[in-house]
Design a protein. Structure first.
Length: 112
């Protein structure tokens, strides 16, 4: 499964790469609200697309979600897919992202 915060073509690509029975949570639309894909991954591989309501969800539900993440998220896996880069590398990193060369997450440390 995956969590996508970009939407549009990126979300379609994430769905296409999701294994049988997997789920993709969409929590943002930075790249667009369109979904230029097909229903085939959903039908043939039972892939679920789940919307994350980060605007209207009640505070108690949000608190429960954060508590569950704090309890259940494998921090070693998260660390393995995250890298920290200085702000000075942003132009170079943007090119890597646009070229599809980035996997995982990049955290920009504005103090470095």
């Amino acid at each position: 499964g995956a969590v996508d915060s970009v939407g549009s073509t990126t979300l379609v690509n994430v769905i296409a790469q999701t294994v049988y029975g997997g789920a993709v949570a969409a929590c943002g639309l930075a790249g667009g609200a369109d979904l230029p894909g097909t229903v085939l991954p959903h039908i043939l591989r039972s892939v679920a697309l789940l919307g994350v309501d980060s605007v209207m969800a009640p505070a108690a539900r949000r608190a429960n979600a954060w508590a569950r993440l704090a309890r259940d998220l494998d921090r070693d896996k998260l660390a393995a897919m995250t890298r920290v880069e200085p702000m000075s590398r942003l132009p170079e990193l943007a090119q890597e992202i646009l070229a599809g060369q980035v996997r995982g997450r990049i955290v920009i440390d504005v103090a470095r």
